[in-house]
Design a protein. Structure first.
Length: 380
């Protein structure tokens, strides 16, 4: 795993967490900086606390966000924690009651009462994320005590990394209305030549997404890939083992086996097996004419149809799954599979429908032809 793969796969490399890796990446960052800044338009941060590449997507996706957070209140609490830490020096200690008092005073959407477990549960999720990501260190106590008793104390230490979690904006963002304003502002100050902006969007899409599709909103970027595929392939091959595959309506960057950048499909678990089997059923239905490909070779199904497809997958292949998945109801299986597919950008939910992207039909798996006979033999 080379330094570029590490930088693109991790939020940051903290000196306090991995001193040896920090120095290795810091010393080698110059080798990759030109590619990161020119091709991707990413800012590189190197300081005594960390090394970080500010990774911004080409376009916002449904799965993006902090995976540990499920409620808007948790994001609000996290922002307040970062604000609280602004006035703390690196390695400065504080107790939990200082933080809870600050959050209670600053949160204006509703009155916070820490005697209510509902509020404590949300804050505990935020604090655990802060600890796991390296924003905070626990010096004494644990969040579990606060879960049982709102008077319980925990002694924390500010790592100094909190100031680099959020991006620094060069313009006032108070007038922004939604996330699209942030994406538009990403290229403010960049050379007005549209080619630079387009190139950076293309490289971000190929490196940070499962696939790139020739839909109307991507038409300009996809044309760039088709026209410059050999140049893009050559540049990326010099950085890590990969192959750029370009089709009529989509493009994929296939990473080599020795490359360890980001998530992989398949992973070594039953859920990945299930997704590959689902892909084979989708291709089977397309070849039989039961599914119609829309623009960009995308399949649009209702949620009921997609739920039924997952049910069929379980009926046909469930005998080969571990007990956890065999005993799930179709609804439980639907929620888990659809969430996993969305996180991998293989499907998208849109106004009550499920949009299946071409990648899911290109990554398929099958059991042996005598699978059912072997299962029957094992049972007998």
């Amino acid at each position: 795993m080379n330094t570029l793969e590490i930088l693109l796969s991790r939020r940051w490399i903290l000196k306090a967490r991995d001193r040896e890796l920090y120095y290795l990446v810091r010393d080698e960052i110059g080798r990759w900086k030109k590619f990161l800044t020119e091709k991707l338009g990413y800012q590189v941060i190197v300081n005594p606390y960390l090394v970080k590449v500010e990774k911004i997507p080409a376009r916002a996706q449904q799965w993006m966000g902090i995976a540990e957070f499920t409620e808007p209140m948790e994001y609000a609490f996290f922002c307040l924690v970062l604000m609280f830490l602004e006035d703390k020096e690196a390695q400065e200690q504080f107790v939990l009651s200082e933080l809870t008092e600050y959050v209670q005073g600053q949160y204006t959407a509703e009155q916070i009462d820490w005697t209510g477990y509902h509020y404590r549960r949300h804050l505990i999720k935020v604090l655990k994320f802060c600890v796991s990501s390296g924003v905070l260190h626990v010096d004494d106590g644990s969040e579990e005590g606060f879960a049982r008793d709102d008077q319980s104390e925990v002694l924390y230490e500010n790592s100094g990394a909190s100031r680099y979690f959020m991006r620094n904006f060069t313009q006032d963002i108070m007038g922004y209305q939604d996330y699209t304003d942030f994406l538009k502002a990403e290229w403010i100050g960049v050379d007005e030549d549209r080619g630079i902006v387009r190139r950076q969007r293309v490289y971000r899409s190929l490196l940070m997404s499962v696939g790139m599709y020739g839909l109307e909103e991507n038409a300009e970027d996809f044309a760039y890939v088709r026209n410059y595929r050999n140049m893009i392939q050559g540049e990326l091959e010099e950085l890590f083992p990969c192959e750029l595959q370009v089709y009529r309506s989509c493009a994929f960057l296939i990473l080599g086996e020795e490359c360890r950048m980001g998530r992989f499909l398949p992973e070594e678990n039953t859920l990945s097996d299930l997704m590959l089997l689902l892909g084979s059923l989708i291709r089977e239905n397309v070849e039989a004419g039961r599914y119609i490909l829309t623009q960009g070779e995308i399949i649009r199904l209702s949620e009921e149809e997609f739920r039924a497809l997952i049910g069929e997958c379980k009926e046909r292949f469930g005998g080969g799954w571990i007990k956890t998945y065999r005993e799930m109801t179709t609804e439980e299986l639907y929620r888990q599979v659809s969430d996993a597919l969305i996180s991998l950008e293989l499907v998208e939910k849109q106004r009550g429908d499920v949009l299946i992207r071409p990648a899911l039909g290109r990554v398929i798996g099958k059991y042996p032809d005598d699978f059912k006979e072997k299962q029957a033999g094992d049972v007998s």
